[in-house]
Unconditional design. Sequence first.
Length: 594
Amino acid sequence: MELWWLLLVLGVSFALCRFLLMLIPPNVPSIYVDASDVLDDGNHPMEDTFIYIPSKGKAAQADKVQCYEPATMKYLGYFPALTAEEVKEHVDQARKAQKVWAKSSFKQRRLFLRILLKYIIEHQELICETSSRDTGKTMVDASLGEIMTTCEKITWLLAEGERWLKPEYRSSGRSMLHKVSRVEFHPLGVVGAIVSWNYPFHNIFNPMLAAVFAGNGIVIKVSEHASWSGCFYLRIIQAALTAVGAPEHLVHVITGFSETGEALVSSVDKVIFVGSPGVGKMIMKNAANNLTPVTLELGGKDAFIVCDDVDVPHVAQIAVRAALQSSGQNCAGAERFYVHENVYSDFVAQVAKIVKSVRVGPPLTGRHDMGAICMPEHTDRLQSLVKDALDKGAEIVVRGNFGNLGEEVVGQFFPPTVMINVNDTMKLMQEETFGPIIPVVKFSSDEEVITMANDSNFGLGCAVFSGSQRRARAIGSQLHCGVAAINDFASNYMCQSLPFGGVKDSGFGRFAGVEGLRACCLVKSVVEDRFWPFIKTVIPKPLQYPVAENGFEFQESLVGALYGLSIWDRLHGIINTLKLLSDQNTAGAAGRGH
Ligand SMILES: *[C@@H]1O[C@H](CO)[C@@H](O)[C@H](O)[C@H]1NC(C)=O
Ligand SMILES: *[C@@H]1O[C@H](CO)[C@@H](O)[C@H](O)[C@H]1NC(C)=O
C-alpha cells in the first residue's frame, strides 16, 4: 500500500517538475546585426533622388550588380560580379570552415538555429521591409513567404533534424543474418546554391539551414535581381555562427551573373538550383563535367481545380491569394484555373469582385494589397502573354487598378488580370507566367479536367478543391506532379517535413523535408559483424582458394538453403550444404590432387 502511494507521489511530482520546466524561458543568446544602412530613414539623400534606369545590354555593367527598388525605382547600391577566381576563394574558405563544423554536435547546431529563430521573431519587420524594398512585395506577402516558411523550417529541424540524420538501421537479409547494417549520413562538404529572387530571405535560409544542420558549408549565389537584401541577410547568419563559436566563413553569399554561377557549379560538392528550366539545363551540363550531383527546382504551371460541390466564396478567396501572393511570383503559384461548368460563372464573378478590390502600389508607401514586379522588362512579357491570348480569342473579365498611382506609375507594376475563353493554344496556358494573371477554363467532368490539367510541360504542384475530400484526392493522385494540395493552396510548403520538387520541366530532386535534408548528405552504407568477436566471417572451405571441385555444387545448395520457396526446399538445401561442408576435407583434398 505504502509503495503505491510513493509511486503515485513520485509520478505526480515528476509531471509537475516537467510542467514547471516548460515555464522557464529557454536561454538563447541574442545577436546584434548592424542594419543602419538598410533602413530607409531618409538619411541617404543620394539614394532617395536616384531614379534607376535599367541598362540595356549587360556588357557595359558586367562587373557590377546594380540594385534598386522595383516599386519606386530608387537606387539601392551595387555589388561586385565575382570572377571565377574570387568564387573559388569563397568556396575554399567554406571548405576550411566545414572541416571544423563537421565535428560540431547537434546541440551546437540546434543552438545556431535557436539564435536565428529568436532574431527572426524579434526582427520580422526589418526582414520583411528589406525583402519588400528589394523585390517590391508587400509586408504581408513577405511575412507569409519569408518569415513563416523559415520559422517552420527551423522548428522542424529543431524537433526532427537530428533524428533523420542519425544512423538508420536496416534489415540485413538472409545471407547476412549475422551482420548489422545501417545507413550513415555524413556531410557532403560544401554545397553550392543558386537561388531565385522571389523570396530573397527564405531562398537563402532554406538551403543554408539544411546544409549547415547536416554539417556542411554553403556558398549561395543570390540573383542579380535581389542581391541587396541577400548581402544583409548574410550578416544575420554570420552573427549567429559567431555566437555559437562556429567558423564565420562556413556560409557565404556571393553576387554576380551567370559566370559567377558557372564558377560555383564547378567548385562545390553539390548544387541546389532554383530558377528556370533553361538555366537548369545549363547548370546540369556544367555539373556533368565533375559529376557533381544537382537538385533542380525549375518552376511550374500549377493547376488550381475547382469541382462543382465546393463553397464558392471560400474557394474564390483562396484562388486570388494563390494567384496574387507576391504579385504571382511563386514557383508553385496557381497559374491555370479549371472550374466546373456548374459553378463557373459564380466563381468568375466572385474572383472578379475580389480582384477589383485589390489595391496595387508601392508596398511601403501606404496600404497596398499587391506590390510590384521584381524583374525589369517582366511586365512587358506579361503584357505580351495577355495580348497573345486576346489575339487568339480570350477575354479580360476584370483588371485591377493601380490604386492612387494614377498615370504616374514609376515602379514596375502589372494589374491583376482575370481572363476567360482561354485554352492551350495560348502561351498564357503553356509558359510559366510568374505574374498576377488568373486564366479560368471551364470543365464538365473529372476525367476531362485531369486530362487538361495534366497536359503541361511542367509538373510541380496542383491544388484540388471539392466538397468531397475523396474526390479531390482522386483527382490529385492522377496528376503527374510532385506536390498536391487537397482543398488548400501551398499547405505542402508549410509542412516542412515534406519534400518539395517536381517532375518534367519542373526539374528533379527534392529540397525541404527529410529528403531535402538527406540530399545534403553523403549517404554511406555500413555493414559489420553482429556478434563480433564471437562470430567472425569465414569463407566456407569449398570456396577458399584454390576452390574445391564441388565449389559450385556447394553454392547451388547454399542458394537452395537460403532462398528455397518452401520450407522443404530450404531444409533439403541445408542438409546438402552441411553434407558438402563435411565432405570437404576428403573429397576436396583428393579432387585437387589431379
Ligand atoms: C481556343 O479558344 C478560342 C477562344 O475561345 C477559340 O476560338 C478556339 O477555337 C479555341 N481553340 C481550341 C483548339 O479549342
Ligand atoms: C499525365 O501525364 C503523364 C506524362 O506527362 C502521363 O504519363 C500520364 O499518363 C498522364 N495521366 C493522365 C491521367 O492523363
